[in-house]
Design a protein around this ligand. Structure first.
Ligand SMILES: [Zn+2]
Length: 454
């Protein structure tokens, strides 16, 4: 369909299936590079469909947990596909799979492209996998067109991204291992649904982790580029082809426990220790504190557990979850959110006689909240231009769930490209991205990599 929008000169070549390279004899509003590369959509579809067959729940979405049998099968498939195009393939000491296309300058920092291929239980075929397949297809196209890259290019295929497998705060593990923020402690403390710690699960997978060896040197990665499904409805609702991310908000999480005493609803008001009253005051306090900090931060108390949750009793226990999002890096220099919450908690405790516990739900080794992850602005501008030249509708989307790209932003210039998720659905068997849409995302990423690899 997209060919319809292009000029006649371009159209003519577009129909010649055998012609994959077009010399840049076109006017300067065409792609700045010297060639136009063609994604082979059949190969992409075959990859996505094959990887979806490695599932522990056939007929009910894709279940490809980290260090599972299905993880191994998927890794083997990817390894074979990478070897077919002459890449140097290896698994690092944290189980991350790499495929390297050497650069003319082998000592130059590497352009790293890819995503994760593990999934949640009963997930979809596209989350993560779309980005791994994009990277693979880009290097296939480079291979068949004899592209000469000065910088080495590495596909990264990660297998432990989903936080569901080992619990909240344990996701994006491969990228954390890569930048050196994953700790030995985490390997021994968090457990999957089979009761295995990360280290035990890795051992059963056939790997003794060595975090010191898996860590890359700062400066050794020139760019990190990830394509991912949006997991939200913006692109699909507005019929936009490609989403470009300028930054992803930082995140902070707290759990707050209110311990009161259980009494009948006839108990006198003055002597009560009502956990719900204390929690309500805290909700208002969070709202006020965060509002006073301006537009660079938001805070939400959106989850409650109440015990006994009955109209006949004064609640003796309430648990609330606070979610903080940050949009401005500077905001974190100026505030100490924990201290501000604690000041309020002390005063509510005094007022209500309810004991209150504030628990930080930070990822080990990370601040709470984290600062926003800011992407390479320069590359966003290049991609906007590529989208215009390819006549793809694009928009900036500055939100999303946790992605490996988020971990990489302070380590290397990073970019994240979104392709549409049908009805915004993800982590579900119905997760879907039209293949034509995926192709457009790969096109944009491929031409970016082509421009920056020289
Ligand atoms: Zn994902």
């Amino acid at each position: 369909m997209w060919l319809k929008n292009l000029n006649a000169h371009y159209l003519l070549f577009g129909f010649l299936a055998s012609v994959t390279i077009i010399a840049d004899r076109l006017s300067n509003h065409m792609l700045k590079g010297t060639i136009i590369l063609q994604v082979n959509l059949d190969r992409v579809i075959n990859d996505i469909e094959t990887l979806a067959t490695f599932t522990a729940t056939p007929g009910n979405g894709v279940t490809k947990s980290s260090y599972s049998h299905e993880d191994k099968l998927a890794k083997e498939y990817l390894k074979n596909e990478m070897e077919k195009i002459g890449l140097k393939v290896w698994q690092d000491e944290f189980s991350t799979l790499f495929g390297r296309r050497e650069g003319k300058n082998p000592d130059a920092p590497v352009i790293m492209i890819g995503s994760h291929y593990d999934s949640v239980v009963n997930g979809g075929a596209f989350d993560g996998v779309a980005g791994v397949v994009a990277a693979l297809e880009i290097l296939r196209v480079f291979q068949e067109n004899n592209i000469e890259n000065d910088y080495p290019i590495e596909i990264i295929a990660m297998n432990a991204e989903e936080g569901e497998t080992f619990g909240p705060g344990t996701g994006v593990s491969n990228s954390r291992a890569l930048v050196g923020t994953l700790t030995e402690k985490e390997l021994d403390t968090v457990k999957n649904r089979h009761g295995l710690t990360k280290r035990e699960a890795m051992k059963a997978y056939g790997l003794v982790p060595d975090l010191a060896k898996a860590k890359r040197e700062k400066g050794s990665i020139k760019n990190f580029i990830e394509l991912h499904i949006e997991q939200g409805p913006v692109l699909d609702n507005h019929q936009i082809d490609v989403g470009l991310v300028e930054y992803l908000p930082g995140i902070g999480r707290y759990k707050v426990k209110f311990h009161g005493s259980l009494e009948d609803s006839t108990a006198p008001m003055a002597s009560r220790k009502d956990a719900m009253v204390a929690a309500s005051k805290f909700v208002l306090a969070v709202n006020q504190i965060v509002q006073s900090l301006g537009t660079g931060i938001t805070g939400t108390v959106g989850e409650f557990e109440i015990s006994p949750n009955s109209h006949q009793f004064v609640p003796d226990y309430v648990q609330a979850s606070v979610e903080i999002r940050t949009f401005d890096k500077k905001i974190l220099d100026e505030i100490n959110l924990r201290d501000r919450f604690m000041t309020e908690i002390k005063s509510i405790q005094k007022e209500t006689n309810v004991d209150i516990e504030l628990i930080e739900m930070a990822r080990i080794g990370y601040s709470n909240p984290t600062p926003p992850s800011v992407m390479s602005k320069e590359n966003v501008e290049i991609m906007k231009r590529i989208c215009d030249e390819l006549h793809y509708k694009h928009t900036i989307i500055n939100n999303g769930t946790g992605h490996d790209a988020m971990i990489m932003t302070d380590f290397a210039p990073t970019n994240l490209i979104y392709v549409p998720s049908k009805d915004g659905i993800s982590h579900h068997p119905d997760e879907w991205t039209d293949y034509e849409d995926l192709k457009k995302g790969i096109d944009v990423m491929m031409h970016l990599v082509y421009e920056i690899c020289k």
